[in-house]
Design a protein around this ligand. Structure first.
Ligand code: KIV
Ligand code: NA
Length: 266
């Protein structure tokens, strides 16, 4: 199949085709997603939670993200690979943001970057896009601001925050974003945003009217038993499957069943 580009993603919205996106942080997972036919792989800073075991995405560094992204890129033939710029790698100045985005492209081989926020990052997005680097926006629940929000609850449930989000989405489109993630906002608001901009919206907990959907792969595979928000659909129970496999192995080692004659060299 032909390589997916940011233009492919934009054209899919115009054609009324839904966009599928999932996260990956390593080569093996990226290879599986790519060969299964996913259109976009997000190297999310959710790696902070999923890979590193932190409570928030705040501790993630640009060097960590470059490492994860380079691993993913080596596993991909067709999918578009977008990498999150982590907290404090783009907020200080547009110049610093461009240097961070440039490192993600040159050192990791990403095809574009994602960053969180509305108005405050519009200038930064323009600068990165002008340098030839595709940018995906991210509005609604933006986890890098968790210490400002104080909660992971649904965002933009009041009219003021909802109107701000619509304005922000338009500003991001004007600044040159090729797509915007909408995280944990009311479905009606996501629908309005989706109708009012020409670039695709990709939702997580933002309802079925978005142009595409994204989930954290480890969550949709059921690798995290404790995380069960309303928006999450589990497509496998890999926590149980892996626990069973490991316990079976332990049993076989202890009983002397593993390895058998066919599994040893003579
Ligand atoms: O880091 C991440 O995985 C994300 C998605 C949930 C959109 O930003
Ligand atoms: Na993220």
């Amino acid at each position: 199949p032909a390589k997916i580009t940011t233009q492919t993603i934009v054209d899919m919205k115009a054609d009324g085709q839904k966009i599928s996106m999932l996260t990956a942080y390593d080569y093996t997972m990226a290879r599986i997603l790519d060969q299964a036919g996913i259109e976009v792989i997000l190297v999310g800073d959710s790696a902070s939670n999923v890979m590193a075991g932190y409570d928030t995405t705040v501790p993630m560094t640009l060097d960590h993200m470059i490492y994860h992204t380079s691993c993913v890129v080596r596993g991909v033939e067709t999918a578009l690979v977008i990498a999150d710029l982590p907290f404090m790698s783009y907020q200080v100045t547009p110049k610093e943001a461009l240097i961070s985005a440039g490192r993600m492209m040159k050192e990791a081989g990403a095809h574009g970057v994602k960053l969180e926020g509305g108005k405050p990052v519009v200038q930064t997005i323009s600068k990165i896009v002008e340098a030839g680097i595709p940018v995906m926006g991210h509005l609604g629940l933006t986890p890098q601001s968790i210490y400002k929000f104080g909660t992971y609850k649904v965002r933009a449930t009041d009219t003021e925050e909802a109107q701000q989000l619509i304005d922000d989405a338009k500003s991001l489109e004007e600044a040159g974003c090729f797509s915007i993630v909408l995280e944990k906002i009311p479905a009606q608001l996501a629908q309005k945003v989706t109708e009012e901009i020409t670039i695709p919206t990709i939702g997580i907990g933002a309802g079925h009217e978005c142009d595409g959907q994204v989930l954290v792969t480890h969550d949709m595979l059921g690798l995290n038993k404790d995380f069960k928000p309303r928006f999450l659909r589990r497509y496998a129970d890999m926590d149980t499957d892996m626990t069973d496999a490991v316990q079976h192995y332990i049993q076989d080692v202890k009983s002397g069943d593993f390895p058998n004659k066919d599994e040893e060299y003579n």
